[in-house]
Design a binder for this molecule. Structure first.
Ligand code: GCW
Length: 679
């Protein structure tokens, strides 16, 4: 055991519980999570002088949190609904000076409690007509790309920008279960209910978590359970060979099926509420069913069959593409790959398979269209995967508030304005869709996320998974109120203004000073930080922009390109195909155009590149100025950390601007119409 670093409370500082902690609360209901609700309130009361009772006793009470299965006293009985509230949901009402939270299950009570926390004093004022709240997604999950062993290149956390893992260190459990518990509590407060605890690139000790190291997983499950969080595990498809000593991992082999059944039974003996397996197969070198001439349905169904008796699920990732391409071959298109592999398999997956699809067709770039796979598999449960860790969006050195992008993805309607939205596909028609999954941005950094403002992305992911139609700016307000209340100076309005000014538009700012018009991947190979326009251009990874002296962009049309536009249903198959109708911000994702091509905005492509890169840097400088000016509003060490990071953001934005502008100026020979200096 090691002594934990002092850890920032993120969106659950003690003050967030002040309103509850000074009141009289009744908690009615049994079960582990009802116990958590009681204990949370009791801790707050110990601090702020209120009191809490569990089990019916005479009032009066200011707050009643009760299961509908209990005999409900007074106002709680009056607001009891005649129909089910539903799994994890709650009803919130206030009448005659009593605030009531009712739920059908203890998880609903816990989420209801955190709703009251968000409201603070507002929860105890006036009257409130009964409101029902239910999660839009049944599964709201974070994947940790945490290695158990330190990887020589990727380190302890693959694409982790917040220090080491909170779970693992150097091949062993980190041993700081208090930190894991605090994490679970933060996740419950924003609505997350599942995590996978190891990298999808499963190596050495990571693979053994399934067998002889299962106890390490059980220890995590034990501390996360009181917060309603189920633990999942990334497993290697080759496990029967590498762990079981079998000669094959062929999904149709009887011995292999038995092996998975046996191992899975042992997992459930140890962790009865285990969530299931996450699998990256036949992707970037990971083993999979292709080695045996089988397909992804065979592979996923093998594991699903083993998990089925216990109610577990397999998250099978659709991130499958050829990473050994030749840039001269223009017919192979990485964007097409997931659809080409998976769409033909629709209908073949067992019910407890969740196909986990990255939100864009390539790889978490700052701007991509929505993946066509999401609209192509009506008979398959789909989860949409987002990336909270900022691999391609500033690596938690840049401010980049991602919810505006996620909200666009979730609100996108693949079948046109009258059709279903992505959020509804993930939520599922009967509420049992695959849900929303994201790669976590957390590490053992004292602020959890490296950049303190990156905490907001984690918070907002959970809130959007619960309620995908929420306005990102409103989520930011929630996060600000919880995290920074009270402020160092008491000037909440000024603090709120500052953070909105810096964060609301930060994703678009980042887009402006990095890769233009949806073309993506102009990052330095390997670590993916900072600009290198041709860094990946001639590599096998298949992420090309095809810039030459005449133009730039990838022709993905059916008419003359890779045909990728044909993977969308109408109207998007037509909109993206058409040079005229394709939205500006995705133009270079779908079309190769001359530098003089005129955008809807009226600017030429090359002038747009210059303008946005100059503007993006100005915006980063302005963000830094706003932050400097607001020093008095924030805790000094948090302020200093962000200030340092903003210096780096401005430096890096200038580097992007100069490299991108110089590259396109030199390639095209077209000068900036405003005559600004381009190196
Ligand atoms: O974005 C890429 C990352 C890899 C990652 C992979 C994936 C875990 O660069 O580091 O591997 O995606 O999603 O599997």
């Amino acid at each position: 055991m090691t002594t934990p670093d002092p850890v920032h409370p993120a969106w659950l500082p003690p003050e967030a519980f002040r309103a509850i902690g000074s009141r009289r609360t009744l908690v009615l209901g049994d079960g582990l999570l009802a116990g958590t609700v009681h204990d949370e309130v009791a801790d707050a009361c110990a601090r702020y002088g209120g009191r809490v009772r569990r089990g019916a006793e005479d009032g009066p009470y200011d707050l009643v949190l009760a299961l509908t299965t209990e005999p409900l006293p007074g106002v709680a009985g009056e607001v009891r609904p005649d129909s089910a509230i539903g799994a994890e949901g709650y009803l919130l009402a206030r009448r005659d000076g009593v605030t009531v939270v009712l739920a059908d299950d203890p998880a609903g009570l816990l989420y209801g409690l955190f709703h009251v926390v968000r409201l603070g004093e507002r929860a105890f004022a006036g009257e409130l007509q009964a409101e029902r709240h239910r999660p839009a997604m049944r599964r709201r999950m974070l994947d940790h790309w945490d290695n158990v062993d330190v990887h020589p290149v990727m380190g302890q956390v693959e694409r982790g920008y917040a220090g080491g893992s909170i779970f693992w260190r150097d091949g062993a459990p980190r041993g700081d279960l208090a930190r894991v518990r605090a994490y679970g509590r933060l996740l419950a407060a924003c609505g997350v209910n599942a995590i996978s605890v190891n990298n999808v690139n499963v190596r050495a000790t990571g693979a053994r978590l399934l067998t002889d190291r299962l106890g390490d997983v059980a220890a995590l499950a034990d501390v996360l359970r009181p917060y309603g969080i189920r633990v999942h595990l990334s497993v290697s498809f080759a496990s029967p060979v590498v762990l079981g000593g079998l000669p094959t991992a062929d999904p149709l082999d009887e011995g292999v099926r038995k092996w998975w059944a046996g191992v899975t039974e042992r997992v459930y003996d140890t962790i009865p509420d285990f969530g299931g397996y996450v699998v990256k197969a036949d992707s970037e070198g990971e083993p999979g069913p292709f080695a045996y001439g089988r397909d992804h349905a065979d592979g996923a169904n093998l594991l699903a069959e083993a998990l089925e008796p216990f109610g577990g699920v397999v998250h099978w990732r659709a991130f499958v593409y050829n990473h050994r391409q030749d840039w001269r071959d223009r017919s192979t298109d990485r964007a097409r790959a997931a659809y080409d592999h998976f769409a033909p398999l629709d209908g073949r997956f067992r019910d407890n398979v969740i196909l986990q699809v990255k939100h864009g067709p390539v790889d978490f770039q700052v701007r991509e269209p929505v993946s066509p796979v999401i609209a192509a598999m009506p008979a398959t449960r789909l989860a949409v995967e987002l990336q909270v860790t900022q691999e391609y969006t500033g690596q938690q050195r840049h401010v980049c508030y991602l919810p505006p992008m996620w909200r666009e993805v979730l609100g996108f309607r693949p079948w046109g304005p009258d059709g279903t939205a992505v959020a509804d596909v993930a939520g599922g028609a009967s509420g049992d869709g695959g849900g929303l999954v994201a790669v976590s941005n957390v590490g053992d950094d004292p602020y959890w996320t490296g950049h303190p403002l990156a905490q907001a992305n984690l918070y907002a992911f959970g809130r959007l998974a619960w309620a995908p139609w929420t306005d990102p700016a409103a989520i930011l307000d929630e996060w600000i109120d919880l995290t920074f209340t009270p402020t160092a100076t008491g000037d909440t309005e000024a603090l709120r203004h500052t953070l909105h000014a810096i964060m609301d538009g930060s994703w678009r700012t980042y887009e402006r000073y990095t890769a233009p018009l949806g073309v993506g991947f102009m990052v330095r190979p390997g670590h993916h930080y900072g600009p290198d326009v041709d860094g990946y251009e001639y590599t096998p990874w298949g992420t090309y922009h095809f810039a030459d002296r005449d133009g730039v962009g990838v022709d993905r049309t059916r008419a003359t390109g890779t045909g990728f536009t044909g993977q969308y249903p109408p109207p998007w198959s037509e909109v993206y195909e058409s040079l005229d109708r394709c939205p500006d911000e995705l133009l270079l994702f779908f079309h190769h155009v001359p530098y003089g091509h005129v955008l809807h905005s009226g600017a030429t492509v090359v002038q747009h590149i210059y303008d946005t890169h100059f503007a993006g840097v100005e915006e980063a400088i302005e963000a830094r100025r706003r932050w400097e000016e607001a020093a008095a509003l924030f805790d000094p060490s948090l302020h200093a950390r962000v200030e340092e990071l903003l210096d780096e953001q401005v430096r890096c934005a200038e580097e992007w601007r100069d490299q991108i502008n110089a590259y396109f100026f030199r390639k095209s020979g077209v000068p900036d119409v405003r005559g600004r200096r381009i190196p």
